[in-house]
Design a protein around this ligand. Structure first.
Ligand code: ZN
Length: 233
């Protein structure tokens, strides 16, 4: 029994060490993560701009029914309004990332203003979910100052490799096609739960079924980072 325990302990240490190394490597080479090079058929669904008491519960219900974990990049003003939805996201095994307090254009702000946007939302999220470690700048636009501030706060900046443009409310089929045409192992898929009515819940249902039938697994962004395989030299 004792031997078994220590073997497990060593295993955990190795996992922790390898995990840290992977993230260190990514941070050293990439200013922001758009996708994760890997041969494993894993992808991450990400939802921006929520929570909203209309779209978010619908998406959470679909994810629950399909047994899929996703990542929500929430906006602080909405976390303030719907903290219980963020609590639910975390309680159901999803990852909650920081998407600023008021969704401003960060490039137009000074360091102090940028820091306040990140910090204010971080405090709100931390009251109902684990402290976030992922940051996604509004519209995916950032400057050197944003990068420095987010990193000093311990964040990894996460963008996306597949933009479904679901916020424009296209037909469900267009959203699904944009994913199926572009998906590959390690893709990070951008969707939104900050708008209603929205074709997104129906599209998510279809995307999950289609990708599962192609052998894909769904993981949170932090889990996806663990599958990082550096290109062979
Ligand atoms: Zn956004």
């Amino acid at each position: 029994m004792k031997a078994k325990k220590s073997v497990f302990g060593v295993f955990c240490l190795i996992v922790a060490f390898v995990g840290l190394k992977v993230e260190d490597h990514i941070i050293d080479t990439e200013p922001a993560i758009r996708e994760v090079p890997t041969s494993r058929k894993v992808v991450a669904l990400t939802f921006d701009d929520g929570p909203l008491n209309t779209s978010t519960p619908k998406i959470l219900q679909i994810l629950r029914e399909k047994g899929v974990k996703a990542t929500f990049f929430v906006v602080g003003e909405r976390v303030e309004k719907y903290p219980m939805l963020v609590r639910q996201e975390a309680a159901e095994g999803h990852e909650v990332g920081n998407h600023t307090y008021s969704h401003p254009k960060l490039r137009g702000l000074n360091r102090q203003e940028i820091d306040k946007e990140i910090e204010k939302n971080e405090t709100l999220i931390s009251q109902v979910a684990p402290r976030p470690t992922l940051f996604r700048p509004p519209e995916g636009k950032y400057s050197k100052t944003v990068l420095e501030d987010a990193r000093e706060r311990g964040y990894i900046i996460v963008l996306w490799s597949i933009d479904t443009k679901d916020w424009r409310c296209p037909p469900v089929g267009d959203i699904v096609d944009s994913v199926l045409k572009n998906v590959k192992p390690g893709s990070i898929i951008l969707l939104h739960d900050g708008k209603y009515p929205s074709p997104t819940p129906e599209a998510v249902d279809c995307i999950i079924d289609s990708l599962k039938s192609r052998g894909y697994e769904f993981v949170t962004v932090s889990e996806l980072l663990q599958y990082y395989q550096p290109a062979s030299r």
